[in-house]
Design a protein around this ligand. Structure first.
Ligand code: ARG
Length: 477
């Protein structure tokens, strides 16, 4: 439940953790306007983990006694339990998650609690919290992408020989296999997972020790804190550590690319479920009906994912603009980083969850796809290739087949339905055997090279990709 911004707050300025130099209480509106606890409390677990690591390190270097660090750790463990039990009284007067938890610690353990913030600032604290949070979020998202990829491989294997029209310009181009189409989606996601993993390396650095902006005079062991929190290393410049949010922007840009891919997939799913295409059926549990038209089964989930792509692009633009023009080091502007970041993760996680279940359970309508493949002269290239095999240069073969297509178009029939005599009228080299080649299946079978659409290639790629996923590697490289 978000804290009530209208709730009365402490009138005594000294009640603030920074109250010392103030002579009047914060304006009630300003207090609510500047507070972030309504959304940054989502970082509570990371904030507590960071504080425990900081206190543990302070004891190791002798700034705190071990007894003090133990008391702080025990107090923070209790606070975590209070929060998780819904028993923690969040206060807008305490501004943000950091000061809410620290003030509660002081309430609970007294004087020792006041020592936790030694050699630390909220500026390096918040940067640490977000990095910890985002690291976990990235791990969850990578797992979701991988799960969806597994589902696509299963679907590709199931439909490895199902023929459908392939399109360019959304006009019939050449026959492809449905399995091959699913593998195209697989490859997009494989690069997406790779990008997330790469971004994670830059997220996973420790800001603590930067303090407010300049570092601190206490002999902190930053490498120790980094190890305790599972960071791969420390941020190398204190000014940079507290100020830059490029890691969040980079993540949001990876997320925007994934949403772009999901949006393209959504668009195809929507087209394919229409009566005009009728290539697939989505599970009923992912569709909705119309309150007036009894026949309707609307692909709401893909439509929503397509729509939500816009909101993630918006978050990317927000964060880029938030950072733009900020002088070093920390500025309060950065408090605005959290809502776009949280919503990006939530939106992406929801979209991946939906697609990861819905797409692998779609049903293909193979006979409709085959019938559609026979429209639009999808095997015209095959006829040209046939003539090349009989000695005609490709450019001339292209011209000959173009004329044959025109005739078939006039007669409103397929190339394969033109009588042999008519075909031979265009080129005498054409024989009876051409009809095997002019089938959609024959055309797909013929594209039997790595990366091609032939059923044999689909099965080979599925096996190779499964092995790579099992090894936990990207397989597109
Ligand atoms: N709530 C703040 C944020 O999210 C924490 C850091 C505040 N630091 C400060 N010097 N006011 O950015």
């Amino acid at each position: 439940m978000p804290p009530d911004p209208a709730a009365p707050s402490d009138a005594n300025p000294a009640a603030k953790l920074w109250g010392g130099r103030f002579s009047e209480a914060t304006d009630a509106f300003v207090e609510a306007f500047t507070a972030s606890v309504g959304f940054d409390r989502r970082l509570y677990a990371q904030d507590i983990a960071g504080s425990i690591a900081h206190a543990t390190m302070l004891a190791e270097v002798g700034v705190l006694t071990h007894a003090e660090a133990d008391a702080i750790t025990a107090g923070l463990d209790e606070i975590r339990a209070e929060i998780e039990a819904g028993a923690f009284a969040w206060s807008v007067a305490r501004e943000d998650v950091h000061m809410n938890i620290e003030a509660r610690l002081i309430e609970k353990i007294g004087e020792t609690g006041k020592k936790l913030h030694t050699g630390r600032s909220r500026n390096d604290q918040v940067a640490t919290d977000i990095r910890l949070w985002l690291r976990d979020a990235i791990d969850g998202l990578i797992a979701q992408v991988r799960q969806y990829q597994h589902g696509l491989l299963d679907l590709a294997e199931r439909e490895y020989a199902t023929v459908m029209p392939g399109f360019t310009h959304l006009q019939t181009a050449q026959p492809v296999t449905f399995g091959h189409h699913m593998l195209a989606w697989y490859e997009m996601l494989d690069r997406d997972a790779e990008r997330l993993a790469d971004c994670r390396r830059r997220v996973n650095r420790l800001p603590l020790g930067a303090a407010a902006l300049a570092g601190t005079s206490y002999p902190l062991d930053r490498e120790l804190t980094a190890r305790l929190l599972g960071f791969e290393g420390i941020c190398r410049n204190s000014l940079d550590a507290v100020s830059d949010r490029d890691f969040a922007i980079e993540f949001t840009s990876c997320a925007a690319l994934i949403m772009m891919h999901l949006s393209r997939q959504a668009e195809e799913l929507i087209l394919w479920t229409s009566a005009q295409f009728a290539f697939i059926d989505l599970p009923d549990r992912y569709c909705t009906g119309s309150s007036i038209m009894p026949q309707k089964k609307n692909p709401d989930v893909p439509e929503l994912v397509r729509g939500k792509t816009g909101r993630v692009y918006g978050h990317l633009m927000s964060l880029l603009t938030l950072m733009k023009g900020q002088p070093l080091a920390y500025n309060k502007d950065n408090q605005e980083d959290k809502e776009p970041l949280f919503d990006t993760v939530d939106t992406l996680a929801g979209s991946l969850r939906a697609f990861g279940d819905m797409v692998p359970s779609l049903r293909t309508k193979a006979s409709n796809m085959l019938a559609s493949t026979k429209k639009g002269f999808s095997t015209a290239t095959d006829l040209a290739d046939y003539l090349v095999g009989r000695g005609l240069p490709f450019r001339d073969a292209h011209e000959v087949v173009g004329r044959a297509v025109r005739l078939a178009d006039e007669r409103e029939c397929d190339l394969a339905e033109l009588p042999l005599a008519d075909l031979q009228g265009f080129d005498a080299r054409i024989g009876e055997d051409v009809y095997d080649l002019l089938t959609p299946e024959g055309s797909a079978d013929a594209r039997n090279l790595p990366g091609g659409t032939a059923p044999a290639q689909v099965l080979a790629r599925v096996a190779e990709a499964r092995a790579a996923l099992a090894r936990g590697e990207a397989s597109s490289g």
